[in-house]
Design a protein around this ligand. Structure first.
Ligand SMILES: Nc1ncnc2c1ncn2[C@@H]1O[C@H](COP(=O)(O)OP(=O)(O)OP(=O)(O)O)[C@@H](O)[C@H]1O
Length: 254
């Protein structure tokens, strides 16, 4: 199962079709990609290109129509809904644009919530390390409305990491933040990848945000059309504008 070289997430020829008959919409076509452990990947593409579908299939939030998805060597497409729910709670972390913190709970209680829901106690040394690394240690007893947007997103990052997930999915995590707070959050995700060897998959529309990643997957019409290694904001922006014509491949599609 977990053989060291097994990627954090492997997509093998996944397709996703919503609906049936004449109204069917094909969101993903035959997508294959291996997300290496400890890597930071951005997923970019025009509106409706399939980014959210890719993320949802990869995270076990929805099943692909064809192909297989493995997280840490476990084939999610072979699991029951109850088994998938355990994978989502214990092996995958999520960070969303809207933070999704519970307003009645303190920051610390929000961070520890996934563990409580799993009937487990959060490892206090790990919680201290997370809040220390994300710079919110002195705010842990505040409730979300007493924190800035950037601080709330740091809390959400700690919550995503508390169970020691194999992969963290971040869907437009800076979408509701000002530029500076957004950059701090992206730097934080970068740090988490570097210091904690965490695997992060980031969906974004923003070339500057994508450039924090190790590589960028460009999606169009449900297909991976380009992979860029060591992206810079300028190269990402140029590649995005190039996609309105023929895609200029900058790396292998795996
Ligand atoms: N539940 C659904 N039922 C039917 N069609 C859907 C559903 N979810 C997504 N789609 C369609 O699948 C295609 C891909 O959608 P998806 O949300 O994955 O794209 P996206 O790249 O994330 O878009 P955006 O950047 O606008 O969020 C679109 O044509 C969309 O309309």
């Amino acid at each position: 199962m977990n053989t060291g070289i097994e990627p954090a997430v492997r997509l093998d020829r996944i397709g996703k079709v919503y609906g049936t008959g004449p109204s069917a919409v094909t969101a993903l076509k035959d997508v294959s990609h291996a997300f290496a452990r400890g890597s930071f990947t951005a997923v970019m593409g025009p509106s409706g290109s399939g980014k959210t579908s890719l993320l949802q299939c990869s995270a076990g939030l929805t099943q692909p129509t064809s192909g297989t998805v493995s997280v840490g060597g476990t084939d999610l497409t072979a699991l029951t809904e109850a088994e998938l729910a355990i994978v989502r709670r214990e092996r995958v972390g999520f960070v969303f644009q809207g933070f999704n913190l519970l307003p009645a709970l303190t920051a610390k209680e929000n961070i520890e919530l996934p563990m409580r829901l799993a009937g487990k106690r959060a490892d206090q040394a790990w919680v201290r390390e997370l809040v220390g690394r994300t710079g919110i240690a002195e705010h842990v007893h505040r409730r979300p409305h007493e924190l800035s947007g950037g601080q709330q997103q740091r809390v959400a990052i700690c919550r995503a990491l508390v169970a020691g997930p194999e992969v963290v999915f971040a869907d437009e995590p800076t979408g509701s933040l000002d530029t500076r707070s957004g950059q701090e959050i992206l730097a934080m995700l970068r740090l988490v990848v570097g210091a904690l060897k965490q695997t992060v998959i980031l969906v974004t529309h923003d070339a500057t945000a994508a450039a924090y990643a190790d590589r960028v997957l460009f999606i169009r019409d449900g297909e991976v059309v380009d992979v860029m290694e060591e992206p810079t904001p300028d190269r990402v922006a140029a590649s995005l504008s190039g996609h309105s014509g023929s895609p200029g491949r900058t790396g292998p599609v795996r």
